[in-house]
Design a protein around this ligand. Structure first.
Ligand code: ADP
Ligand code: MG
Length: 326
C-alpha cells in the first residue's frame, strides 16, 4: 500500500495505534499537543516567612510542526523572515488550542549548502521577533544539510493550568460550535504568506493565543482545536475524538473576502480556534466580546457531520482539509 492511497490522516491513524503506557502521558497522539504530567515536580512558594511546597498545578504541553519548501512555501513568494515567523506561529496555534501558553522552542533547519548566511539570519530574525513577543526561549534544535529544499521544523513546549486544559475529545451533544475570525482567506489568496498584510493569518495565530486564554480561563468551552487543516476538518476531528456528530450552518460561517464556499469549508491555514460551548455558557462567552461566531452545533454521533444549507437542507461534506500524500 502506497502513502498516496491512505493519505496523511490514514497514516496518522496507523501511527496512533501506539497506545501510551506511562502514567505521566496524560494525552498522547491525537490532539493539537501532547499533555504531560511533570512527575514529582514540586514548586515552592514563599508565603511571609514560610516556604510552602506544593505539587505542580500545570501540565507540560509539547507540539511540533514542520514546513517544507515547495510543499508549504515557495522561496520566490515567501521571505526568510516571514518563514521563520510562520514556523513558530503555527506551533503557537497548537499550544493555544490546548488552552495554554508557549514557553520554550527547539528549532531544526535543513538547508542546502548553497544558501546564503544572510538567509538564515533573516529566518532567525523572524523566529526571534515572535519568540520575544510571547516570551519564548529558543533552547536548542538541530542543523542539517538538505540536498535541495529548505526544511524548518519547530518543537514548541508550553504550559497550561490543569483546570484550564482544553482537549478535542470532550465536546458534548447540544454544545454550540464557535469560531474566531473568518475562513477561506489563505486559500483565496493562494496561501501566499506576507507577515505585514493586515489580514495575515499568522498574525491571527498570534492574536488567538490571547483569545484562547480568555476562553479557557472563563471555563466556557468543552473542547477546542485550531483550524490549520480547514473548518470542516477541525469539526470532523473534534467529532471523531469526542464521539459525536455536528451540523455546520452554511449561512453562519464567517467568510474572508473573495473566498468561495469550498475555500471557506476546506481551505485551511487560517489558524483560527474552533471550540464547543454548552448553551448555558454562551452568554458568558459573548460577554467576553471577542467577536466570536456561532457556526453550528454538536449533535449525536449517528447523524455524522453535515452542512445545513441556507434552505435548511442537510448536505454531506467531503472528508475535507489539506492532506499530505494525496
Ligand atoms: P495538528 O494539525 O494539530 O498539528 P496533526 O494533524 O499534524 O495535528 O497531527 C495529529 C496528531 O497526530 C497529533 O497528536 C500529532 O502529534 C500526531 N502525529 C502526526 N504525525 C505523527 C508521527 N509521524 N508520529 C507520531 N505521531 C504523529
Ligand atoms: Mg492543530
Amino acid at each position: 500500500v502506497k502513502l498516496s492511497q491512505i493519505g496523511e490522516f490514514g497514516l496518522i491513524d496507523l501511527i496512533a495505534k501506539h497506545e501510551s503506557t506511562r502514567p505521566d502521558t496524560i494525552v498522547g497522539i491525537g490532539d493539537d499537543a501532547a499533555v504531560l504530567q511533570i512527575r514529582n515536580s514540586k514548586y515552592e512558594i514563599r508565603n511571609k516567612s514560610k516556604i510552602l511546597k506544593s505539587k505542580s498545578k500545570t501540565y507540560l504541553l509539547i507540539t511540533t510542526d514542520t514546513l517544507v519548501e515547495n510543499v508549504h512555501f515557495k522561496l520566490k513568494k515567501t521571505s526568510f523572515y516571514d518563514l521563520g515567523y510562520k514556523a513558530l506561529a503555527i506551533n503557537i496555534s497548537d499550544i493555544s488550542a490546548m488552552g495554554g501558553w508557549p514557553t520554550h522552542a527547539l528549532v531544526t533547519i535543513g538547508v542546502p549548502k548553497t544558501l546564503s548566511v544572510k538567509a538564515i539570519d533573516e529566518l532567525y530574525k523572524g523566529i526571534n521577533a515572535l519568540a520575544r513577543k510571547h516570551k519564548i526561549d529558543i533552547i536548542g534544535g538541530d542543523t542539517v544539510s538538505s540536498p535541495r529544499e529548505v526544511i524548518i521544523s519547530i518543537t514548541l513546549l508550553g504550559e497550561v493550568e490543569k483546570e484550564n486544559l482544553l482537549l478535542r475529545s470532550t465536546a458534548k451533544a447540544g454544545d454550540f460550535i464557535c469560531v474566531t475570525g473568518a475562513f477561506g482567506g489563505p486559500a483565496a489568496a493562494n496561501y501566499e504568506f506576507r507577515m505585514y498584510e493586515p489580514a495575515c493569518r499568522q498574525a491571527g495565530a498570534e492574536l488567538r493565543n490571547i483569545y484562547s486564554r480568555k476562553i479557557t480561563k472563563a471555563h466556557v468551552a468543552t473542547s477546542m482545536i485550531d483550524s490549520s487543516d480547514g473548518l470542516v476538518r477541525s469539526v470532523l476531528e473534534i467529532c471523531r475524538a469526542s464521539k459525536v456528530g455536528a451540523r455546520i450552518y452554511e449561512d453562519n460561517v464567517p467568510i474572508s473576502s473573495g473566498a468561495t464556499l469550498d475555500q471557506v469549508l476546506y481551505g485551511g491555514e487560517e489558524y483560527e480556534l474552533v471550540f464547543s460551548v454548552p448553551a448555558d455558557k454562551l452568554a458568558k462567552l459573548l460577554s467576553l466580546k471577542l467577536g466570536i461566531s456561532i457556526v453550528g452545533e454538536i449533535v449525536g454521533r449517528k447523524t455524522g457531520v453535515k452542512l445545513v444549507d441556507r434552505n435548511g437542507k442537510l448536505k454531506s461534506l467531503k472528508s475535507g482539509g489539506y492532506e499530505h500524500f494525496k
